[in-house]
Design a protein around this ligand. Structure first.
Ligand SMILES: Nc1ncnc2c1ncn2[C@@H]1O[C@H](COP(=O)(O)OP(=O)(O)O)[C@@H](O)[C@H]1O
Ligand SMILES: [Mg+2]
Length: 258
């Protein structure tokens, strides 16, 4: 099973857009995917037009709001064929408190310990991360082994990257299996010089990891308001082509398709 964290220390760079479309694209290819929303904003369910009754909080603590026991399997919400979600949202604030109260030795690895699907049940675990760095983010990076880092080709995007690499290095000390596998340029606007400049800089620093860019595409920003992925909302749009290409690359374990 592949375990991919979509992470970057900056909001609004396309993390959720990438996590949702990647997860649905893989599921459409017949892969069994669990998408875990690790952000208090709880955007994953909204992007998919879902309202799951339970989520990651209940999954980890095995408790409902009223304190009653709930089995883990009942906290996982089926969303599409081959695609399940573990909802995030505001309850994750409580989850962080709960994690903070666990004994120091296990605090950072609770998620990794609990999120172990039965053999053959899942092909991909995808984590949609929050931009912040806290006990939950550390837990995700202990549970994942590949990192996909979206970088917006607009604004001062390389700033967030430096901070993020500091985080990543400290996580790698605790989880030596964790590899930065994909750097995904997002919101690429081929008409602007700025987009090309940042893209070229990225290519200089990171050769192997830099993926073909996801272009700025208005369909990608419209789809969530209909609770649809790009493959449902506008399968012929540039955004769908770009994500299809990324999915092929990921299915080929990072090897570029020519
Ligand atoms: N390639 C893109 N082209 C146009 N809009 C995009 C693109 N990627 C994301 N967006 C839009 O930008 C906003 C931020 O994206 P989001 O995925 O929520 O970022 P993050 O999860 O990093 O905060 C959303 O409104 C989303 O619909
Ligand atoms: Mg997000």
């Amino acid at each position: 099973m592949r375990k991919i964290a979509v992470a970057m220390a900056k909001g609004g760079v396309g993390k959720t857009t990438t996590a949702v479309n990647l997860a649905h694209g893989l599921a459409s290819q017949g892969k069994r995917v669990l998408l875990v929303d690790c952000d208090t904003q709880g955007q994953v369910a909204k992007f998919l037009g879902e309202k799951p009754p339970y989520g990651l909080y209940e999954f980890i603590t095995e408790r409902r709001d009223d304190g009653q026991y709930i089995a883990r399997n009942n906290t996982i919400h089926p969303s599409r064929r081959n695609l399940w979600i573990l909802d995030g949202g505001i309850r994750l604030v409580e989850l962080k408190n709960w994690l903070g109260e666990q004994p120091r030795e296990i605090r950072q690895t609770v998620l990794a310990q609990k999120l172990v699907p039965k053999e053959g049940k899942l092909d991909f675990l995808i984590f949609d991360c929050a931009p912040s760095w806290d006990v939950l983010s550390v837990n995700i990076l202990m549970a994942a082994n590949e990192v996909l880092c979206p970088v917006a080709m607009q604004g001062p995007s390389l700033q967030g990257l430096k901070t993020f690499f500091r985080y990543l290095q400290s996580a790698q000390k605790l989880n030596p299996d964790l590899r930065l596998e994909y750097i995904l340029p997002t919101m690429f606007d081929r008409r602007t010089r700025h987009s090309h400049d940042i893209f070229n800089q990225l290519k200089q620093y990171f050769k192997r990891q830099v993926c073909d860019p996801i272009h700025y595409n208005v369909r990608l920003s419209e789809a969530p308001s209909f609770g649809q992925t790009i493959f449902e909302y506008a399968v012929r749009a540039q955004g769908a082509c770009d994500y299809t290409y990324l999915i092929e690359r990921i299915m080929n374990h990072g090897d570029r398709q020519e």
